[in-house]
Design a protein. Structure first.
Lengths: 113, 434
């Protein structure tokens, strides 16, 4: 079955606004979603450390990342199984993250041959 | 929640833990760093919300949150250390104290005692008499009870901005006056305890107030309703925390009794259709037996001494209602006696209004009308929907339907919650277009 990746972009401000009780409720929803049978994997990306490399004028420049100044940062990902993109989308519609950022859904291409 | 639908974490763990960590850090850092303590807690909870769903819940979530909040404070202080000499000393103190807060399992007894002491100090600081009363209530809800600005705003039906500003001003005032996070000296203790008890009761009644449940089917859970019940239970918890400490007094026990007996009625206060049910019409089977038992235990204890406070009288009223097996057996003359006593002590127009309702039970509607008459001139009751609502009820009992209808209409013009509005409209309709 094809794999799809859900790339979670965090809007830190909206989650940070929550009080402890609301935060706990959000956490419980995320945990419940992680346990759904079609979820293969999920990981969080460390937001304290990161670098961005770019080649400019022939030399590689390295800057600190992720872009803490930008509003939405890639914060983590899930891998799910679905027959097609449409099903992947349907399965993900109730993901709690939509309240606190955006989700990008992409198919993970299988290896050639 | 896992597949079985059971929560992953203890109920209210974050909220409870937020108050404890803020108290523990603030006691150490001093009230000048209150904001840092709050930010650290927020940071820890945010980290947990992002990490735990994907990487698993740690074996001791409490200790994890403590440690992350603590680390946040240390790194914030390190950044300041170069230009703030005190920071180094604070970091050292924090490291020493972590043994108490974070690493030791939270269920260990002396840690528990330590945390409770910090919490109590925090309550006394939040209820300091130099702060405005509404600021004390908002601070206690935010710092001690762990409610968010949005939740507090909903409880008091106030704009979030208003609550946020109230908190900012209060915290500035704490900083400027350098209010200490310690228990008051014994000479000040009685007055300081009174302030704490008042604030706890104001929290409770904020939660207890009837809230609008418009646009919701009765079986749906209204978040405001849930949140406000939590506020009631939190006020009860804080009251019991005070009672369990060495500074307790019989009036604190009386307050806990009052809150427990009132909170016991929460489930019966609204019927299946979301309509308001008056105390005497409530299904007593839906009252919370455990809370009633708790209330009586505290009440019996509170009256063992010499002290008779306003809380004692209020608790006695609640106890008299709770003691009646059915509505017909409510001892109205005893309740009236308590109200006479309470009115004498407080002179409060709201007490006088409640007393008038009881007068109608004991001496009939004519006497109630006489008791109500002086209240029409009370400026503090102007715009308060319950005054015309009670007048309407008394007029209706006397068969003076036109005056009753006019009073109910006047009540409907005041600000009140949706279930109350429906209740008043139903009474008006009963008068058959008078």
């Amino acid at each position: 079955m094809p794999h799809y990746m859900l790339l979670l972009h965090d809007d830190r401000a909206s989650l940070a606004r929550l009080g402890p009780e609301e935060m706990q409720r959000a956490l419980e929803k995320y945990v419940a979603w992680r346990k759904k049978p079609f979820v293969v994997d999920g990981r969080r990306l460390n937001e304290q450390t990161g670098k961005v490399m770019q080649k400019r004028n022939g030399s590689v420049t390295v800057t600190d990342g992720p872009y803490t100044e930008s509003r939405e940062v890639l914060g983590g990902y899930y891998t799910i199984e679905a027959v097609n993109l449409d099903e992947a989308l349907q399965l993900s519609l109730d993901h709690p993250h939509v309240d606190f950022g955006s989700i990008e859904i992409r198919e993970v291409m299988p290896p050639a041959g | 929640m896992d597949e079985s639908g059971s929560p992953v974490l203890l109920e209210h763990l974050f909220r409870r833990q937020a108050g404890r960590i803020v108290a523990c850090l603030a006691v150490l850092l001093g009230t000048g760093h209150l904001q840092l303590a709050e930010d650290a807690v927020q940071e820890a909870m945010l980290g947990a919300a992002q990490l735990w769903p994907l990487h698993g819940v740690p074996a001791s979530p409490e200790a994890w949150l403590f440690r992350v909040a603590h680390n946040h404070v240390v790194s914030a202080l390190r950044r300041r250390a170069s230009f703030e000499r005190r920071s180094e000393a604070l970091i050292a103190a924090l490291e020493a104290r972590t043994a108490h807060c974070g690493r030791v399992p939270p269920d260990e007894l002396d840690t528990e005692q330590h945390l409770r002491d910090d919490e109590l100090r925090m309550i006394f600081m939040c209820c300091h008499p130099s702060l405005a009363v509404e600021a004390r209530v908002a601070l206690s809800l935010k710092l001690v009870a762990g409610f968010s600005v949005g939740e507090i705003a909903r409880i008091f039906m106030t704009a979030e901005e208003t609550i946020a500003q109230r908190l900012v001003r209060a915290k500035r005032s704490i900083r400027e006056q350098a209010l200490p996070l310690c228990m008051p000296p014994s000479a000040e203790l009685p007055a300081r305890l009174d302030s704490v008890l008042l604030v706890i009761y104001l929290m409770f009644s904020g939660g207890y107030a009837v809230r609008g449940v418009e646009g919701l089917a009765p079986e749906q859970v209204c978040p405001e309703q849930v949140c406000s019940e939590e506020v009631c239970l939190e006020a009860l918890r804080l009251g019991r925390l005070v009672c369990a400490s060495s500074i307790s007094a019989p009036r604190a026990e009386a307050l806990v009794a009052l809150m427990a007996l009132q909170a016991a009625r929460l489930p019966a206060r609204v019927d299946a259709a979301g309509n308001l049910v008056l105390l005497e019409d409530q299904d007593r089977g839906r009252w919370d037996r455990d809370l009633i038992d708790l209330g009586f235990r505290y009440f019996d204890h509170s009256i063992a001494g010499e002290e008779v406070s306003e809380w004692h009288v209020q608790a006695a009223i609640a106890a008299t209602y709770a003691r009646a097996e059915k509505a017909e057996s409510i001892d109205w003359p005893a309740i009236l006696e308590h109200y006479d006593h309470l009115l004498e002590r407080t002179g409060s127009p709201v007490v006088a209004l409640n007393r008038a309702v009881v007068v109608s039970k004991v001496h009939g509607p004519d006497a109630a009308l006489r008791a109500l008459a002086p209240l029409a001139k009370e400026s503090s009751l102007r715009g308060y929907h319950l005054l015309p609502a009670v007048q309407g009820r008394v007029f209706a009992q006397l068969g003076r339907v036109h005056e009753a209808a006019a009073a109910y209409r006047a009540a409907l013009e005041c600000a009140c919650a949706e279930p109350e509005r429906r209740f008043l409209a139903a009474r008006l309709a009963e008068l058959g277009g008078a």
